[in-house]
Design a protein around this ligand. Structure first.
Ligand code: FMN
Length: 196
């Protein structure tokens, strides 16, 4: 008997919203890899959450902005998450951190991140490809958010030279690494499904 297995749902997030962002290009390349692996891959634009910079006075007077609940619901609706962070002075961008800080202020915000598989990528025109930011983001997501960050990760250096015309990573070894990262988080999500 054939039993249809629903496609795994992967949520992809880029830590920059600017037009032409390398992290968006890498997010989209990762999305195509996930789709080729049979996943149902969707994108969340952090800018569209319209979250103000975290401010306790805003929280006290207006509550947590609706964008935080949008992020919470998107994470809850997916089996796994993939985040591509740029690097600002060695750290992940405020766009990423601020969104997750707001998420942590929701009563049930941390319940949706706990045990959720997540894969990390970074991109930068620089020589390290955002490696420092990615490693910091790993700690951040593991500690309070209790996400399961897969060991496989990738920092794409010299991002302005890294992409082929079709949007894939031009270097075959880099493309294979990206496939490995995406497959790792999908594998973890699949094993969670199998265990439940
Ligand atoms: C405030 C700021 C700090 C930056 N610090 C770093 C850094 O520490 N390391 C790095 O590789 N690039 C750094 N950059 C350059 C970014 O990698 C570059 O602007 C990149 O294109 C941003 O990512 P995006 O293309 O996804 O928007 C910095 C850029 C800004 C605006």
């Amino acid at each position: 008997m054939n039993v249809a297995v629903p496609a795994l749902k992967l949520l992809l997030i880029a830590g920059s919203a600017r037009s032409g962002a390398w992290s968006v290009k890498l997010r989209d390349a990762a999305r195509r890899v996930a789709q080729a692996a049979g996943a149902d891959a969707s994108v969340l634009d952090l800018r569209e959450l319209a979250l103000p910079l975290y401010d306790g006075d805003i929280e006290a007077s207006q509550g947590v902005p609706a964008g935080a609940a949008t992020l919470r619901d998107a994470i809850a609706a997916h089996d796994a998450v993939l985040i591509v962070t740029p690097e600002y002075n060695g750290f992940p961008t405020p766009l990423v951190i601020n969104a997750f800080d707001w998420l942590s202020r929701l009563k049930d915000g941390l319940a949706v991140t706990a045990d959720k598989p997540v894969a990390l990528l970074a991109s930068s025109p620089g020589a390290l490809g955002g490696l420092r930011a990615m490693n910091t983001l790993r700690l951040y997501l593991q500690m309070t958010f209790q996400m399961i960050v897969v060991p496989q990760q990738q920092a794409v250096a010299r991002a302005h030279e890294a992409f082929a015309a079709d949007g894939a990573l031009a270097d075959a070894k880099a493309a294979a690494t990206l496939t490995g990262v995406v497959n790792a988080v999908l594998r973890l999500a699949a094993s969670q499904h199998a265990a439940h």
